[in-house]
Design a protein around this ligand. Structure first.
Ligand SMILES: Cc1ncc(COP(=O)(O)O)c(C=O)c1O
Length: 407
């Protein structure tokens, strides 16, 4: 890995805790996704939620450079951030944009997801006022139960309303899978069938659906018949398979590492409590390190007494409760003499296994050891998506990789 470099505009590491993002890993994951892609189909890099915590602008740039054609976001502010950074690629807002915000999307050539027939007329009015066409993708609910027109005559009516408005540019039609990463492929097969039947119905009515898209990461790697014209790559872009049932043609590379430097290392005598609530009490003298990261940074309180970090290439346990801005780790047995209250500085023979300022890896690799977002997710009973998107923005992001040189 190249030495950490700051991307233009990224904050300088202003604290001894940070997130490193390897843009070469992002590029590798895009290329791996493209290998699996049906010829002719395009790739959308889903960079919502600040690119799943990785930083939307540098990730979007790296993904586009590696061959992604589209960018997907969840809300208008995310699209505007990309436009403000000078990114001209097509952007689709995958979520609901209320009418009072749609004007800004139209002004910035950002495509909107629509799922109500009435939206066609509202958007045509906005397009007239703005002097630009309103780009839209019709969302069809084929089994997710979240957003979308039903794939029946109600959906057809919405499609007809879009087609009637010359200032509304009907660019695409899409659906979203609920279970593509689950073991049983049947629900996804059903969704593909419903979507295909709806597309056929549009065609029979003389309507052109534009770019047809359905697949997320799991859909890309497991259901080649769901690639249609465009595939929306989210978690795979960041180097994770969405579940153990999803296999990839080449290993994906996790792009993110989370690191900090030890604030304090001390020998604690047996019978001493660590952190709020005294949920951990040393049973023997123990070296305890303090890590300057807490649940306000996204290091979950659920990791209390169950999480692990890497120090010197060795896994070390979280001791006691995770606090808002700090948590403690066990660094191994300490000699009783070092833990005695009189010990001001341990003699060399009793030296601690780590020193203040040493690197702690909360997520990522150190030597041969590695902790993944899936490990952290397991400790908290959640999924890697939630771990990555919970990384607070007060953690500086540092970008590495040759992809950065090309900026
Ligand atoms: C509509 C839509 N498409 C694509 C994605 C990307 O999904 P994944 O991260 O599983 O690839 C998401 C993410 O939640 C989404 O909401």
């Amino acid at each position: 890995m190249t030495s950490p470099r700051r991307a233009e505009g990224a904050p300088a590491p202003g604290r001894p805790a940070w997130v490193e993002v390897d843009l070469d890993a992002i590029a590798h994951n895009v290329r791996t996704a493209r290998q699996a892609l049906r010829p002719g189909a395009q790739l959308m890099a889903v960079v919502k939620a600040d690119a799943y915590g990785h930083g939307a602008v540098p990730v979007a740039r790296a993904a586009l450079r590696a061959g992604a054609a589209w960018l997907g976001v969840a809300v208008l502010s995310e699209a505007l951030e990309l436009r403000a950074a000078g990114l001209r690629a097509p952007i689709l807002i995958l979520g609901w944009t209320p009418p009072e915000l749609a004007r800004e999307a139209v002004r910035h050539d950002v495509a909107l997801t629509v799922f109500r027939a009435e939206e066609a007329r509202e958007l045509a009015r906005l397009a007239r006022e703005t002097g630009r066409p309103a780009r839209v993708h019709l969302k069809v609910d084929t089994g997710m139960g979240r957003l979308g027109v039903p794939p029946d005559e109600r959906g057809l009516a919405a499609a007809e309303a879009l087609a009637r408005e010359p200032l509304v540019l009907w660019e695409g039609t899409f659906t979203h899978f609920a279970c593509a990463d689950e073991e049983d492929p049947a629900p996804t097969r059903r969704q593909i069938e419903r979507f295909s039947a709806f597309l056929a119905r549009l065609e029979a009515a003389g309507l052109r659906p534009g770019l047809r898209h359905a697949a997320n990461t799991a859909g890309l790697f497991r259901f080649p018949d769901a690639h249609f014209d465009l595939v929306r790559l989210g978690i795979g872009l960041y180097g994770y398979a969405p579940s153990p049932f999803v296999t990839t043609p080449a290993p994906l590379q996790p792009a993110l590492a989370w690191k900090a430097r030890l604030a304090q290392v001390k020998a604690v005598a047996a019978g001493e409590a660590i952190s709020y609530g005294a949920t951990y009490v040393t049973s023997a003298p123990e070296w305890i390190g303090t890590v300057p990261v807490g649940y306000a940074d996204g290091y979950r309180r659920a990791f209390s007494n169950v999480g692990r970090v890497l120090v010197g290439g060795v896994e070390r346990p979280v001791r006691g409760r995770v606090c808002m801005d700090q948590f403690m780790i066990g660094l191994g047995p300490a000699p009783a003499a070092a833990a005695a209250p009189a010990a001001v500085a341990a003699p060399p023979a009793l030296a601690a296994p780590a020193a203040p300022g040493d690197e702690v890896v909360l997520l990522g690799a150190q030597g041969e050891a590695r902790l993944t977002a899936n490990d952290l997710a397991q400790w908290a009973g959640t999924i890697a998506y939630e771990i990555l998107t919970s990384l607070d923005e007060r953690l500086p992001r540092v970008y590495t990789g040759a992809a950065l040189e090309e900026e």
